[in-house]
Design a binder for this molecule. Sequence first.
Ligand code: V1S
Ligand code: CA
Ligand code: ZN
Length: 387
Amino acid sequence: SPSCPDATKRRVCYYYDGGIANVDFGEDHVMVPRRVDMAHALVRSYGLLDHMTRLRTRPATEHEIAAFHEPGYVGFLRDLTPEAFNAAGGEMTTTAQKYKIGYDNPAIAGLWDYCRRYAGGSLAAARALASRDADVAINWSGGMHHARRGNASGFCFVNDIVLAVNELLGHFGRVLYVDIDVHHGDGVEAAFIDSNRVMTVSFHQRTTHGFFPAGKGNLRDVGEGQGELHAVNVPMYKGMDDEGYHLLFKPIMEKAMGVFQPEAIVMQCGGDSLSGDRLGRLNLSVAGHAQCVSYMRSFNVPLLLLGGGGYTINHVAACWCYETAVAVGKEKEIDDHIPVHCYDGYYSSQDYKLHYPVDKKRKNENTSIYIRDTATAVIRNLSAIKG
Ligand code: V1S
Ligand code: CA
Ligand code: ZN
């Protein structure tokens, strides 16, 4: 009904840069930047561009990137080419090891330009929220949550999330970061570990048996110093389904919103928590993943939506297109049948449906006791913030 607060129309701005789609991590690599072009092609085919402002911007400058990253690392990234890297001795050199350039984070052609573009998108999106030109801002090519101040990690070179959060902190008192990528958001957590102006919340697959990033994001990791209780970690066993996920997500985020009262929200929407991902072993449906977006949107706080992981590219593109529809409030209107467009052949394995079925045979290794105890423990910690 019009009296319901969620009926408010949101002004949405959307960043897409075709220069990102052609970046190639290499034949064997799992990261495929073209998935963002696939999502964009779907967004356009469904007519969603008519409901958003297209955010066009320049790539981030070296100076903007150096506001978070170490100057030596920034200079190295700027000058890095596959030829120079190989001529210097490749992965084995001390510099490559220091900056973690190699197998996971390859020295690919156009790397610096790629970083500047996805970071520029997240910065422009943050500025659109800060200036109140938009209520929701989207950059599916961002969300590179593992990058550290002085090194690459987990396919992430420049941490656009940290840059965007810092931009928001120039205008808003408190920023909430929510990370639904299947991996722990370690780079963002580390950057704000001792801050009480940023609360970081990551939902992820447990890292205790070597799942990347190994050993990070335990339930007991709650932040340090002034930031104590402002880092929130929700580890999950394999096979988590929509129902179990939301028994954690909704009460935890409701409590976080209540105690922290953020003035802006940044959400990393990694699509590797979806069922059937090449790396992740959770079992969320597109609707279950998008419900997280719709829940955070319902609070009517400036919202920055970013991409992240996602390695079964047809699933990821379908999900980010549907989440774009959620952002503009058109999710009930878009047809489940994928329209004829340049990438439609990629969706044959999901019967050309946006909402492909989850894996019904996969066991949910999260017991109801585990879910209940985890929710209770996290909410107890959050309650202690305003005790
Ligand atoms: N899991 C996993 C995985 N797979 C790969 C990979 C596969 C093919 C390649 F050609 C190159 C790399 N790397 C990893 C993980 C990193 C996962 C990063 C997730 C990123 C994100 O979704 O959260 C955000 C975009 N890397 C590792 O597990 C590291 C190693 C520990 C294992 C492999 N050895 C060779 C290097 C170190
Ligand atoms: Ca996560
Ligand atoms: Zn991930």
